[in-house]
Design a protein around this ligand. Sequence first.
Ligand code: ADP
Ligand code: ASP
Ligand code: MG
Length: 816
Amino acid sequence: MKIFKFGGTSVGSAHNIKIIRDIVSNNIINGRLVIVVSAIGGVTDKLFELGNHAFDKNKNYKDFYHEICNFHNSIINDLFNHIDSKALIDIVQLTYVEIEIVIDEIFKTNIFSLSTQDKILSFGELLSSLIISEFFKMSQIDVFHINSQELIVTDSNFTNAQVDSIKTFKNIQKLFNIHSNRVLVLPGFVAKSTHNEITTLGRGGSDYTASILAAALNAEELQIWTDVSGMYTSNPKIVSQARPINYMSYEEALEFSHFGAKVIYPPTIQPVLSSNIPILIKNTLHPNDLGTSISNKKTINDVGVKGISNIDNIALLTLQGNGMVGVPGFSKRLFGTLSQEKINIILITQASSEHAICVAIQQNDVKVAEKAINDCFKNDINTNKLDPIIVELDLAIIAVIGDKMKSQQGVSGKMFSILGKNNVNIRAIAQGASERNISAVILKKDVKKALNSLHEIYFNDNVKQLNIFITGVGNVGKELIKQIHNQQDYLKEKLNVNLRLIGLSNSKKMHFNINGIDLDKWESSLSNGVMSSFNDFQNKVLDLNLRNSIFLDITANKDICNYYNNYLIKNIAVIACNKIACSLSFKSYEDLKRTSLKFKSPFLFETNVGAGLPILSTLNNLLLSGDEIISIEAVLSGSLNFIFNNYDGTKSFLNIIKQAKKEGYTEPDPRIDLSGIDVARKILILARESGSNINLEDIINESFIKGYDFRNDSSLDDFYNFVKLNEKYFKDMFNSSFSKNCQLKYVAEYTDDGAKIGLREISKNHPFYNLKGKDNIVLFHTKRYRDQPLIIKGAGAGASVTAAGLFADIIKVNNI
Ligand code: ADP
Ligand code: ASP
Ligand code: MG
């Protein structure tokens, strides 16, 4: 014989009840099947609310009562035609009257005791089981309704009654002998005490009812039919990549359920485990899905980590004080006190050297626990041997679970490193003695991030998600979004990386979509976004608290640099296209680098020098491998190179500047390029990355535009006017160089002695001579590259190469 249990959603509507009728019909063997049902989905909560409304003297409490009756009536109406439901309606009406008597009593007496709570909650299962059994009858199934309250005997621990197995098993066996060849429908969750009081087995207890029946009848199998396709690798409502686990041992199932996998109520496992009855978890809405099978079958190909579970609403209690050192008995008194108050301890940590014990309990129990412990240790607290108990709230427990974890190395190392990497602060750690479970207490707000990041590393055939936030969508930003869009599928396939753009902002608006912004429509989404500021954007990114987050600054703004640190300390990688942060004071550059190192948050800015060219990464690789920089010589301005490569006096110097700006080679204000400040910043960054403690004002900048003060705040048009008036000066400059067979190049140089920038006449035999268009070139003279410098050359400006450089930084973050 098999026992089937259908949960709240499975019986949650007329439609679903018809589905379970078909499941039941297909599984009756020799006329036999035992069916345990939960209350119709949501009804138990509603009954509890109803009791509370009556208790709160809410005058409208009868409205809630009628709502519950109407909800059941509408399901009855959908299932039956009028004549068939007559007998059912009579009995259901009687139940409604009973409910009304209970709530009127609560309203009148203003007492809502736990025993009354059990009385009122029990009506949910009584009603659903009556409706379902009548519906089965109408569907020509030979069914008999049995009230479990007549079978399951408990103590009087209301709301969480303990079952008297001996009496209960006897009752079940006796009754089932009489009805051995029928389909039996029973309410789950409900029971009666030895004093004939109505009790319940705890929230979620219908699973337990079914398990008790299975054990008492020595059933062939217990099937739990629910709204998911089995026990998942993590709660599917929190981890979208979670997937059903086809097989697990009883012990693993116990760990999962104990650590929050609501799909099985924890006490359910014990009765079937003792009798070695397998459990199968199935999805009512997808009955063909395999589901999860739970038994003690030995498996060979089992993986180490089976899944990651979580329990929310946890509080941590810490008992500490010098008086605890070397004095036995403190833990015993602590645990004894909690046990007396019937408070369940979920996790304990105590280091042998430390004079502190930490226990995790449900947050609901905190008030009672705090008072009881402080009372119990009153004398020790008054004599300063102990501190009053320390309470921390709003925590959660996450647990990595698997029978075979003990034979796999590095499970906990991986766990804590990935949590650290994602800025998940760990308050306490415990490892089960059987090594089947490693648990950590973390902040409740971090649960989603923690579960998802752990899931990504333990189930690495899964796709890793990178969550991108971009500020600045000018030419480069737009191009980057286009490249991300084009590459998304490829990256998923080749690197198992899902690149999602979550947040976007320009100087006016910002837009976020936690599921990823649709990259076909990002422009309209952004223009319909909300007002933005650097601060609001950052707050939103931090609030979202997503794993593997990367912030990209694609602006040329100075103020935004003040926010980098805040991202880095929250373990959000920063990728800067903006050069300002790395060229501000040496101290602020160094602080950012240090924060990045301390929090292990990548801070990458490859595109600061030479756009997409691998200049900084090459420099870093040289230094990391033990090379030493002797000097760096470079042409680092794509725009200046473009200007001097194109200027030969036939078109005016002003026209060439405007062309360079139009084609996107210059900064939005071309004076930043022409003054040399942009090149100065680049050589400064190269010098700093080479290990030099240097500032922008230390760089010798010999301006080639004499007579114009770049520090004044005249308009761009004034500047253009100045250039126009001085055309002869620029032409003379060109002619002088041309007459010597030289090319004009704007060169940056760095040696141990310092750095300088300026326009140089470059002769034919120099590697810079043939530099074309907007290309950049860098010569690294190093200890290893002494005779011939290491040369990096290529397009050093332009939206598409810069975007590609940013893209490369994103991929680098993924690989770190
Ligand atoms: P029922 O009403 O059928 O008893 P429950 O709501 O009690 O169903 O349990 C099923 C729910 O358990 C799922 O909808 C899911 O949200 C939750 N759950 C939590 N952790 C897990 C997990 N690891 N695997 C499957 N479900 C889980
Ligand atoms: N109806 C009860 C509850 O919601 C018992 C159950 O569904 O298992 O907790
Ligand atoms: Mg349940």
